[in-house]
Design a binder for this molecule. Structure first.
Ligand code: ATR
Length: 286
């Protein structure tokens, strides 16, 4: 697919460091084509010291907006005019929208995670969810799960990080999150979510520690990693008779929500399935 830039092409960007392996340009290009938008999605490799200028440039260059990825999701906030409540709760912005020179910040990671579950027929309300890991992704996901009325058990190698997330989420959704040690018995669990980096190609220990007997048939196991598409945890889960999901769906839906914010179109009109298929296609080419 070739992109033709014209005098009326609008630019959307991605701020990250690095951005060279991002799947977002291909995923967004497919959506813009389907929506008949003369937009182009450009990855910008922004070193941390240039974040203030990069954020200002959204206004100066009249970009539609940008996505923000690692390591800039907290640092961009200072340069914005307004952020929504969900982004403020987790101090993380992955979508900036330029509204007539005012920069608005959102976090679509947690909602995108829930959308991807819904798309696969999984509802979390009233369910018991074990979340492994307590980094930035975990914070977004645990907030989203608590907001959707799930009960969360949170484990992490560094317990203090899990305690901190639990305290901030419980301040809004009382008693929704409890902290356990990795591998500790924690009763019935419907859904296991891995947010640790264990299972990514480069890490040494590849399967996160689970409570005894898990995973077992009937559980859904969601690994937010998408490289590889099938982590050792998902292989184990498949063998155990679980339903498995990888991070491609979350990637597609957080992106679809960004497009919904930038265009004003309802999420139902954004081609999320096409975006997911595009990511799957790109991953198979690598
Ligand atoms: P992100 O922002 O993408 O969620 P992160 O903040 O780097 O990523 O978080 C990585 C998570 O993987 C953390 O929960 C980390 O545990 P610590 O908080 O103890 O560092 C977890 N993690 C990474 N490598 C791990 C390992 N070898 N064993 C256990 N947990 C690991």
């Amino acid at each position: 697919m070739s992109v033709r830039i014209t005098g009326t092409t609008r630019i959307v960007g991605l701020f990250g460091f690095p951005v060279s392996h991002s799947l977002s340009p291909a995923m967004h290009a497919a959506a813009y084509e389907a929506l008949n938008l003369n937009w182009s999605y450009v990855p910008f490799n922004v070193a941390p010291e240039f974040i203030p200028q990069a954020v200002d440039s959204i206004r100066a260059l009249n970009l539609v907006g940008v996505n923000v990825t690692v390591p800039h999701k907290a640092a961009v906030i200072e340069g914005l005019d307004w952020i929504d409540e969900a982004a403020s709760r987790i101090s993380s912005v992955n979508t900036i929208h330029n509204v007539d020179g005012k920069l608005h910040g959102y976090s679509t990671d947690g909602p995108g995670f829930l959308d991807s579950l819904t798309a696969h027929g999984v509802t979390v309300a009233g369910q018991d969810v074990l979340v492994l890991g307590a980094g930035g992704s975990s914070r977004a996901i645990v907030f989203a799960l608590a907001a959707a009325n799930a009960r969360v058990v949170l484990t992490n190698r560094t317990r203090s990080r899990a305690e901190e997330i639990a305290a901030s989420v419980n301040a809004f959704y009382p008693s929704s999150v409890t902290v356990a040690e990795p591998g500790q018995e924690c009763g019935h669990i419907d859904l296991i979510v891995n947010t640790t980096t264990m299972g990514m190609s480069s890490t040494e220990q590849t399967t996160p520690t689970l409570p005894p007997g898990m995973p077992y048939a009937g559980q859904t196991v969601y690994d937010i990693i998408y490289t590889p598409m099938e982590t050792p945890l998902l292989k184990l889960a498949l063998k155990s008779g679980c339903r498995t999901l990888n991070g491609v769906g979350m990637l597609a839906y957080q992106g679809a929500r960004s497009i919904s914010i930038w265009t004003g179109l309802p999420l139902s009109e954004i081609p999320a399935q096409l975006m997911e298929n595009t990511v799957l296609h790109e991953l198979k080419l690598r």
